[in-house]
Design a protein around this ligand. Sequence first.
Ligand SMILES: O=P(O)(O)OC[C@@H](O)[C@@H](O)c1c[nH]c2ccccc12
Length: 258
Amino acid sequence: MSLLTELVAGALTDAEARRVDLPLSAVERLAAEAPAPLDALDFLRPADKVKIIAEVKRSSPSRGRLADIPDPAALAASYEVGGASAISVLTEERRFLGSLQDLRDVRDAVSLPVLRKDFIAEPYQVFEARAAGADLVLLIVAALEQKQLAELFALVSELGMTALVETHSADEVERALDIGAQLVGVNARDLATFELDQELFGRLADGIPGSVIRVAESAVKTAADVAHYRRAGADVVLVGEALVTGDPVARLEEFRNA
Ligand SMILES: O=P(O)(O)OC[C@@H](O)[C@@H](O)c1c[nH]c2ccccc12
C-alpha cells in the first residue's frame, strides 16, 4: 500500500469511529449551525507581496517529530501577528499528530481563514470541517477518483467553504481545473515517495491560468525559497516546518518580504 493510500484509509477509519458518537445527520446539523465561513479567496487574492498560509504541524511521516505545540491557538495567534493570510491546521491524528480539537482551538483564536489539512475522501469529513469552523478544506487530487473529487469539491463549495486542490503533476492540474478549482496547490513533496522537488511548482505553474490562485506547498526553509517560488509564479506559499521550528513572527516577516 502506498503511503497516501494508507493515510487516506487511516483517516477514514478514524472518521468512522467518530461517526459512532456523532452520526452524519448530527454533524450536518452542527455544520449548518456554525458561524458562516470566511471567504478565503478574498484573503489569498494575489497582491504586491506573497501571501502565506502558515501551518500548525507537529509531526509528519517524512520528517518525524517537529514540535510539541502544546497550545495551537497561541501558535496560530502568533501567525496572525506575523502577517499570515490564512492558517492551515493538520487534523490527521496518526502520522501528523493533529486533531479536530486543534482546528476548533485555532478557529477561536484568529480572525483569518482556517484550512482543514487532512486526507479527505468522504462527505462526513467535509461536514466535520465546517462544524469545527473551517473555511477551507484540502482536497488531494492523487487521493481521489475524478468523480469523488468533483463531488467533494461541490460539497465544500455548497457549504460556503473554499477547496485548496492539491496537485503533483500536469495531469492532476488538469483534473483540478476541470472541476473549477479557484485555488490550486502544487506540493513539492511526493506523498508516495516523500521526495522533494522544488522545481515542480515552476514546471506546473504555466498550466494554471492567471485567474486561479497558485499555491506553492512544502520545501520553504528560508526567504530565498520563498523568492524562488515567487519568481516561478506563486501567489501564495504554504509553510509548516520552518514556522514551527523557529520564531514564527520573525520568520513570517522575512518570508513576506522575500
Ligand atoms: O513543512 P513544510 O515542508 O513547510 O510543508 C508544509 C505543507 O506543504 C505540507 O505539510 C503538506 C502539503 N500537502 C500536504 C498534504 C497532507 C499533509 C501535509 C501536507
